[in-house]
Design a protein around this ligand. Structure first.
Ligand code: NI
Ligand code: MN
Length: 228
């Protein structure tokens, strides 16, 4: 399994049998190495409805006939746009052919902003996503502030790799993300959701260095972690 950071909160997972993508915000993403028209995705995993996470979901899903896994209200909204969706909700897990998905809570908002008509469509609760493939568990925290039940998530799951936001302003900043890393007990922690916009500018290396030896890992855009 190959897990690749694609800028902002975009993460791709190649399981060998399936291509997965988390939060495919590509158009307008100043960091990403992906082009929306070239993305191959059997599965799109969405943490919440904000535009910098839903991103190019509709275009990618229609072209690839992807399955879109998302919190219920967001899944319903995207289903109305003609996508093949699998709604879930916080605390629920489901075994798919590509692996197991469980949604955790996240403290944030969830709404899709339709810029043209100046309409905000609320899409329920935001979530974090635990993805287990071939005995490895990846935690994509989504957008969230720090919350103490991260300790419980860490107790109940053996997280091999966690993607945590460090951008501050909209999510945890580096100091809170350091506590999150400790509480989640992840073997490796990769910072995301930083430096895409000026207001979330951060030094990911300072964050990674603040974690206990070897836990923090900065992935450059396009760089991967491989599990054998
Ligand atoms: Ni958000
Ligand atoms: Mn965001």
């Amino acid at each position: 399994m190959k897990v690749t950071y694609r800028g902002h909160s975009v993460v791709t997972v190649d399981t060998g049998n399936h291509q997965l993508i988390f939060d495919p915000f590509i158009t307008g993403n100043s960091l990403t190495d992906l082009k929306p028209e070239e993305v191959k995705a059997d599965v799109i995993l969405l943490t919440h409805g904000h535009n910098d996470h839903v991103g190019d979901t509709v275009e990618i899903a229609k072209r690839n006939n992807s399955l879109v896994v998302a919190p219920n209200e967001l899944a319903v909204y995207l289903g109305w746009k003609g996508l093949n969706v699998h709604p879930m909700h916080i605390g629920g897990s489901h075994q798919f052919d590509f692996g197991k998905v469980k949604l955790t809570q996240a403290f944030h908002g969830s709404a899709y902003t339709e810029e043209d008509s100046q309409k905000i469509v609320y899409t329920g609760m935001p979530a974090g996503i635990l993805l287990t493939v071939e005995g490895r568990t990846i935690f994509h925290a989504g957008d969230t502030g720090l919350f103490s039940d991260m300790k419980l998530i860490g107790e109940l799951n053996h997280i091999d790799l966690a993607f945590l936001p460090i951008g501050d302003n909209f999510t945890m900043g580096p100091e809170d993300a350091k506590l999150a890393a400790e509480w989640l007990r992840a073997k490796q922690v990769v910072p995301v959701h930083y430096s895409t916009f000026p207001v979330i500018e951060q030094d990911p290396h300072a964050f990674a260095d603040s974690l206990p030896g070897g836990v923090g890992k900065v992935l450059e855009v396009g760089e991967s972690i491989e599990f054998k």
